[in-house]
Ligand binder design. Structure first.
Ligand SMILES: Cc1ncc(COP(=O)(O)O)c(C=O)c1O
Length: 392
């Protein structure tokens, strides 16, 4: 089949292919511990499920307005205004099936061929994929373990050029668990204030999964709010364990929201009605499930970081947010790809090579600790067997 040339520039998310490979092994009777896929292993809170079911029974089985039902746009605007300390109106909110379409739509809407986009590396692979797809040029700013996987601000500034059209930020970050501090955000804002022609896509999907301190958003900085040039990406997948419902949103300048809604009407029309009502219950209802999930993730984080620290050839810093550990494995003697393959095939531990997140992910693995403490402990044992064979 002859495909359009642009298809050759589209990347993918390896987590889904490793999951498929692990499932194929399971179908052959092998037992696999899943540390590859980035989704909470918890169930959606009961009151949220009930609200979704009730919406269906109440007849919410039709199309909704493209940008979302007014009640949910309003609730999101309130929530974002409160959590980021800014004023956001419902007309700035576009609700989408998951947070991912906000990447797709904003990059399509803002980046022309030849435009440069500044990206962290390693990072969620869809950023680079989408920038390449539209003919833009990704410019990578490395995130290094020595620096807690935060930007070196000088390197960040040096990455900007006359052609830079968009900057993508992600904190807390996938795959590293790194978090930009309030000082980092202030420093970035200082740099970006001199570049009013540059938009910022701030992927804040893990903003509620933060283990210490308060969440700092670039959108709270003077001159960088979503009334001007920042697009906040957030959603319900991680915070409320709702990955399968598909519910996310962008908060952006009203004029851009209209364009993004146009892209949505040209693709998926709107987000499922019942899902949006479930989201309303999630935002407006009790938040104890989020707090409980965070406490459990923290305990698992400590377990996995301690365990990884004991393994030969591995060193791992403590992630400050999200639910990923990103240990360095260079001393093991294996490349990241080779070790990830070996762990799946010989130890039944599914995880991702750091290279799935770009060149700067070499020498690391990404382990999602969205799995039980028991399974994490077992996975660490099995990793120990493989690594002692290699190193020692
Ligand atoms: C950094 C980051 N942004 C966005 C998403 C998209 O989430 P969803 O489309 O499921 O809401 C993910 C999912 O893994 C992610 O890791």
């Amino acid at each position: 089949m002859r495909l359009a040339r642009r298809m050759g520039r589209l990347g993918t998310e390896t987590a889904f292919s490793v999951l498929a490979k692990a499932k194929a092994l399971e179908a052959e009777g092998r037992e696999v511990i899943h540390l590859e896929i980035g989704e909470p292993d918890f169930d959606t809170p009961d009151h949220v499920i009930e609200a979704g079911c009730k919406a269906l029974r109440d007849g919410h089985t039709h199309y909704t307005p493209t940008a979302g039902i007014p009640e949910l746009r309003e609730a999101i605007a309130d929530d974002v205004s409160r959590s980021r300390g800014i004023e956001v109106g419902p007309e700035q909110v576009v609700i989408t099936p998951g947070g991912k379409p906000i990447m797709f739509f904003t990059i399509l809407a803002l980046v022309d061929e030849g435009d440069e986009v500044l990206l962290p590396s390693p990072a969620f692979p869809i950023y680079e994929s989408m920038v390449n797809f539209v003919g833009g040029r990704p410019v990578f700013v490395p995130l290094r373990q020595e620096n807690g996987f935060r930007f070196d601000l000088e390197e960040f500034e040096a990455g900007l050029s006359e052609r830079t059209r968009l900057v993508i930020l992600n904190s807390p970050a996938n795959p590293t668990g790194g978090v930009l501090t309030a000082d980092d955000i202030a420093g970035l804002a200082g740099i970006l204030r001199d570049r009013p022609d540059v938009h910022v896509l701030s992927d804040e999907i893990y903003s509620r999964l933060l283990y210490t301190g308060d969440f700092a958003s670039i959108a709270s900085e003077e001159g960088l709010g979503p009334d001007g040039r920042t697009i906040i990406l957030d959603g319900f997948s991680k915070t409320y364990a709702m990955t399968g419902w598909r519910l996310g949103y962008g908060v952006m300048p009203e004029s851009l929201a209209e364009e993004v809604a146009k892209l949505q009407v040209n693709s998926n029309s709107c987000t499922s009605a019942a899902t949006q009502y479930a989201g309303l219950a999630a935002l407006r209802g009790p938040q104890d499930a989020v707090e409980n999930m965070l406490a459990e993730f923290k305990a698992r984080r400590d377990l996995i970081v301690d365990g990884l620290g004991e393994l030969p050839g591995v060193d791992c810093i403590t992630p400050q947010g999200a639910f990923y550990a990103f240990p360095r494995i260079t001393e093991s003697g294996y490349s990241a790809d080779k070790l990830a393959d070996l762990l799946l095939e010989e130890a039944g531990v599914a995880c991702l090579s750091g290279t799935a997140f770009g060149r700067h992910g070499e020498g690391h693995l990404r382990l999602s600790y969205a799995n039980s403490r028991e399974n994490i402990a077992l996975a660490l044992d099995r990793m120990g067997d493989i690594l002692s064979r290699a190193v020692g």
